[in-house]
Design a protein around this ligand. Structure first.
Ligand SMILES: NC(=O)C1=CN([C@@H]2O[C@H](COP(=O)(O)OP(=O)(O)OC[C@H]3O[C@@H](n4cnc5c(N)ncnc54)[C@H](OP(=O)(O)O)[C@@H]3O)[C@@H](O)[C@H]2O)C=CC1
Ligand SMILES: Nc1nc(=O)c2c([nH]1)NC[C@@H]1CN(c3ccc(C(=O)N[C@@H](CCC(=O)O)C(=O)O)cc3)C=[N+]21
Length: 306
């Protein structure tokens, strides 16, 4: 059986296409009504995984009819200069959404930058107010990778209520929001991290195993329950046997796919769906901005029309 026709592979492409088609319709309507959506990406320095992500953001935004602009800054920029740039984008009515690509250089506090993005333009859901919404079970705009990972689990048709889920990795951008999204869906969630005594012991109990660590082949077949669903979120660059650079996940896919019932491939798993959800979030942000605009100026418009 070849890699591509193995039915155990849970691919992101088909779900991403559905989302992008729907975003495209909404974006066309909004543009015709005078609100063309536009996404601005902020990159600081150079990181391979960021380049892949931004390249795909640009390509898929074009497909969806969403304007896209990349602002690149040198690694030695100050936090103050970056904050000023973000405030400029917050104030620009042509900008719908802002995403700050991670990582940023060590001298820049990422949390300060995330908090500088206006919550109405926070298309990644990383502002403290946005993350707070997830805790309150308001799930329409969630951090993109976390939302993509959960969406792929739903594709299996497994009942999420009561499902035993283990998440390996507890970063604010991936592991923690996955845990909150799944708790909202009624799953029983265990979160592992580098201090966990035995990741394998927890992982082997999981009906669904989410892995977001950044270590190639961390999860081996003997750490996976037979029949489980494995969502591999890792995007790691390494040199393949042919001497070419390639991306691999955190799961030893070749061995794990013999044990698991579903596994997301890398590439072509969570990655493409992450991009689609970023675009969907951009439309959620646009609709929130329009609702505020209507609430603020709607009555004045009506009076002017009378
Ligand atoms: N597909 C996509 O769309 C995206 C993919 N990614 C990829 O996902 C991976 C994780 O990203 P991100 O969450 O940002 O990374 P971080 O480095 O922020 O977090 C990694 C997490 O893994 C934990 N960890 C480290 N070593 C181990 C170990 N041996 N066992 C268990 N847990 C461990 C860390 O725990 P502790 O903090 O306690 O050290 C931490 O919680 C990366 O490969 C990244 O490229 C990221 C974003 C989007
Ligand atoms: N603030 C922030 N949010 C992120 O979500 C974030 C980030 N910073 N920094 C970098 C990582 C990495 N990441 C990827 C997302 C999609 C693909 C993607 O589209 N991958 C495709 C294409 C691969 C290819 O073209 O080679 C795939 O897996 O099939 C890759 C990488 C998001 N990240």
């Amino acid at each position: 059986m070849t890699r591509t026709d193995d039915s155990r592979y849970l691919k992101g492409g088909p779900v991403a296409q559905r989302i992008i088609a729907s975003v495209r319709e909404d974006a066309a309507i909004a543009a015709a009504e005078g609100f063309p959506p536009k996404l601005v990406s902020i990159t600081v320095g150079d990181t391979a995984a960021v380049d892949v992500y931004v390249r795909n953001q640009r390509a898929k935004a074009a497909l969806a009819g969403i304007g896209f602009e990349e602002r690149r800054f040198a690694a030695d920029i100050t936090a103050g200069e970056l904050e000023a740039a973000i405030h400029g984008l917050n104030a620009d009515p042509r900008v719908t959404g802002i995403i700050i690509q991670r990582p940023v250089p060590a001298h820049i506090p990422i949390k300060t930058l995330q908090a500088a993005v206006h919550p109405l333009k926070d298309v990644e859901g990383m502002h403290p107010a946005s993350i707070g919404n997830i805790v309150y079970n308001q799930l329409d705009l969630a951090p993109c990778t976390a939302a993509a990972s959960v969406e792929l689990l739903k594709e299996t048709g497994l009942e999420l209520k009561g499902l035993e889920v283990v998440v390996v990795g507890h970063s604010e951008i991936v592991g923690k929001p996955i845990a909150f999204l799944l708790m909202s869906e009624g799953a029983t969630v265990t979160v592992c991290h580098h201090m966990t005594r035995s990741v394998a012991t927890h992982a082997r109990r999981a009906d669904a195993l989410f892995v977001a660590v950044g270590k190639p082949r961390l999860i081996k077949a003997d750490m996976v329950k037979p029949g489980a669903c494995v969502i591999d979120i890792g995007i790691n660059s390494e040199i393949g046997p042919d001497g070419e650079s390639r991306i691999v996940g955190d799961v030893d896919t070749d061995s794990v796919k013999e044990v698991a019932s579903w596994i997301t491939p890398v590439p072509s798993g969570v990655g493409p769906l992450t991009v689609a959800i970023l675009l969907r979030n951009t439309m959620v942000a646009l609709n929130r901005q329009r609702a505020l605009y209507r609430a603020t100026y709607g009555v004045a418009d009506q009076l002017a029309a009378e």
